[in-house]
Write a protein that binds this ligand. Structure first.
Ligand SMILES: [Fe+2]
Length: 267
C-alpha cells in the first residue's frame, strides 16, 4: 500500500512533533504493509518562502534515517496546499512540492467549515495548466454535508478525490463516515489515505480502513485506491478521470460552459 496524504515531517506543521515521532509513525506504516508515503505537510501561500527549504531539509533527514534504521518505507515529497485562487501560479513558481515533486499531481484542501467561491474556476485552471488536482478529504467539509452530491462538482471540474481512512472508520463522526462510505461505494474515489498527524489517534491506518472496506467494495477496487492508483503517481502516469453527469437543475448551460464564460469575462 501507498499513503499519499500525511504529516510525517517533524516540527513543521501540526504533524509529527519530533524526528523520533516521525520515525515511530513510519515504523507503524511499515508494520501495516505501507511501502511508500508522500509527506504532504500543510502549505499556505502566506507562509515564509524559507519554509520550503526547511521542509526539504527535514525530508532528507527522514529519508536518511529510515535507511539507517532499516525502516522499509520510502518517503516522497509533497504538500497539502491550502486553497487559494492563484494556486497554479504558486505551483509554477515551485513555492511548494507537488506529489513526488514531479509537477503533475497536486493535493489540495479547503477550509473545513466554509467552501470558498471560485473553487470550480481554480480546479479548471489547474487542469488547463496540465496539473491533476486531488481534493483531500471531501467528506470532511461541513459546508457540503447537507448536499453531499455537491462533492461531485470537484470531479466535474477535473479533480480526483482522496478520502481519509479515519473518516471511513468513524473518527470524524457519523455524517462524515456515511458520506465517505457513499463515495467509495459509488467508486467516486481515486485514493484512500491516512492523513496521519501523529503516532497516537491520528496515525497511519490504511490497513484498518482497507479491511473495513471489504464490507462495502470488491477487493480489486480496494487495491486500486490504496495501491495501484497511488503507484501511478510515483510512476508519473495520468489516471483516468471520472465522468459525472450534470444535475438536471444545471441544464441551462453546463457548469463547464459557465466557468469558461466567466473566465472569458475575467480577462
Ligand atoms: Fe492533511
Amino acid at each position: 500500500m501507498i499513503d499519499i496524504h500525511n504529516h510525517v515531517i517533524y516540527e513543521f506543521d501540526d504533524g509529527a512533533k519530533s524526528l523520533e515521532e516521525s520515525l515511530d509513525m513510519l515504523k507503524m506504516a511499515a508494520d501495516q504493509g505501507i511501502s511508500d508515503v508522500f509527506a504532504t505537510s500543510h502549505f499556505n501561500e502566506v507562509l515564509n518562502p524559507k519554509m520550503e527549504e526547511d521542509y526539504f531539509r527535514k525530508l532528507k533527514v527522514l529519508q536518511e534515517e529510515t535507511g539507517q534504521r532499516n525502516i522499509p518505507v520510502r518517503v516522497h515529497s509533497g504538500s497539502e496546499i491550502f486553497f487559494h485562487h492563484y494556486m497554479e501560479q504558486t505551483i509554477k513558481k515551485r513555492r511548494t512540492s507537488t506529489l513526488g515533486d514531479q509537477g503533475l499531481y497536486v493535493l489540495m484542501e479547503f477550509p473545513l467549515y466554509l467552501m470558498p467561491s471560485g473553487v470550480e474556476e481554480t480546479l479548471f485552471k489547474l487542469n488547463m495548466e496540465g496539473y491533476i488536482p486531488i481534493v483531500a478529504h471531501p467528506e470532511r467539509y461541513s459546508a457540503l454535508h447537507e448536499k453531499p452530491e455537491k462533492i461531485l462538482n470537484f470531479i466535474r471540474f477535473g479533480g480526483l478525490l482522496q478520502v481519509n481512512a479515519g473518516s471511513l472508520l468513524g473518527d470524524f463522526g457519523r455524517t462524515v463516515k456515511k458520506i465517505a462510505i457513499w463515495l467509495v461505494e459509488n467508486q467516486y474515489v481515486h485514493f484512500v489515505a491516512s492523513d496521519a498527524h501523529s503516532k497516537g489517534g491520528r496515525c497511519f491506518k490504511l490497513a484498518k480502513a482497507a479491511a473495513m472496506l471489504e464490507e462495502h467494495c470488491d477487493k480489486s477496487y480496494i487495491e486500486t485506491i490504496v495501491t495501484h492508483n497511488p503507484q501511478k503517481i510515483i510512476d508519473n502516469e495520468k489516471l483516468e478521470k471520472l465522468t459525472i453527469p450534470e444535475h438536471q437543475e444545471q441544464s441551462s448551460g453546463s457548469l463547464l460552459q459557465r466557468v469558461k464564460q466567466r473566465l472569458r469575462l475575467a480577462r
